[in-house]
Write a protein that binds this ligand. Structure first.
Ligand code: SAH
Length: 330
């Protein structure tokens, strides 16, 4: 295990990057093996009541065509993904109150009739909601802390509250979910020290999954003129997360591939063991624009599946056939 100072040293210094990536790759192989878990991502609503300053879905953005995929269509999309071999469905959206507790419960019930694990990524909800979703079979929940720097969190999330985000993570753990969190890399004003604290935070809350992505500026947000985060730095934060949490699930994120055409493969070779291909139908993809130039927006679910399978095989890895529950035994 690395100390905070050692993590900071690695993040500041670029002359040992390739050793760092190889070490993370080796630790990944020893702890979670060569299997790559695919999670089929359904982006079912881009309607959001929040105003996160980096995100293109923020409610003040009027230059975006909003959509909501209705229940039957979500279930249909999930069924197609399961037929294609996905063993996990991820339901992601903005914070859209149209999707009431009861409606989400109904959707979970239907999807859990299929042969699949289910992950939710729908933002901050009450303990009661999280409990209701768990009772009908939701297995996992993703909610990134985004940054552990409280002042920066406050600056970037008007009307939101850092302590409530922590409360969500604690509630989800207490309810027995596998909990995924993570951070953005390259936010304006974010320090290297705070990135080290993010990694220590993932360990402290005993995360089962951690997603790391570079910040990418969206033209219709207050951060439109902020430069994008560095691919290399995001990869280093990810590799260090693997070193510090050897047996968790770590996705090669889509944002990494947006900044580097080989980003997901490089991530899979630097500690990652999960990929989350988009299974949303083509008509909605471009509209789920959390950041610009998202990959695969003109593709369909079948094409994405074949493309990622070929990439994974090309580096001597294989697609897992099991549900991919976390190995985290802590
Ligand atoms: N509403 C859900 C899902 C958010 S979208 C929630 O609050 O959890 C999923 C992730 O996209 C976010 O957690 C954030 O880290 C990332 N994201 C948003 N805007 C981004 C941007 N401009 N660049 C890179 N990643 C971004």
């Amino acid at each position: 295990m690395l100390t905070r100072n050692e993590i900071i040293e690695h993040l500041k210094n670029d002359n040992k990057n390739s050793e760092l990536f190889s070490l993370a790759d080796k630790i990944r192989e020893e702890n979670v093996g060569d299997a790559v878990h695919l999670r089929g991502l359904i982006e079912f609503s881009n309607i959001c009541k929040q105003q996160c300053k980096y995100c293109g879905l923020r409610s003040p953005n009027k230059h975006i065509e909003r959509y909501r995929i209705l229940k039957d269509d979500i279930i249909h999309t999930a069924k197609h993904a399961v037929d294609m071999g996905y063993k996990t469905i991820v339901l992601q959206s903005g914070e859209d109150d149209y999707f009431s507790t009861d409606l989400i419960v109904e959707i979970i019930r239907e999807i859990k009739k299929l042969d699949t694990a289910l992950t939710l990524s729908i933002g901050e909800r009450s303990f009661g909601d999280y409990q209701a979703f768990k009772e009908v079979g939701a297995d996992r929940y993703l909610i990134r802390i985004e940054t552990t720097d409280r002042n920066l969190y406050k600056e970037l999330h008007p009307n939101m509250n850092f302590d409530n985000r922590i409360r969500c993570l604690k509630d989800l753990k207490e309810l027995g979910y596998e909990v995924g969190t993570g951070c953005l890399v390259g936010l304006p004003g974010q320090t290297i020290e705070s990135l080290a604290d993010d990694i220590l935070f993932f360990k402290e809350i005993n995360a089962d999954m951690v997603g790391i992505g570079p910040f990418i500026p969206h033209p219709e947000t207050p951060l439109k003129d902020t430069p994008a985060g560095s691919f290399e730095l995001a990869l280093k934060v990810m590799a260090l997360t693997r070193i510090m949490l050897p047996d968790i699930n770590i996705p090669a994120t889509t944002a990494m591939e947006t900044l580097n055409p080989n980003g997901r493969i490089l991530a899979l070779q630097s500690g990652a063991n999960v990929v989350m291909p988009n299974v949303t139908s083509t008509e909605y993809r471009a509209k789920y624009e959390i950041y610009p130039n998202k990959i695969c927006i003109n593709d369909n679910p079948d094409k994405c599946r074949n493309c990622i399978e070929a990439k994974i095989k090309s580096i001597g890895r294989y697609i897992a056939k099991d549900y991919g529950f976390s190995h985290n035994k802590n």
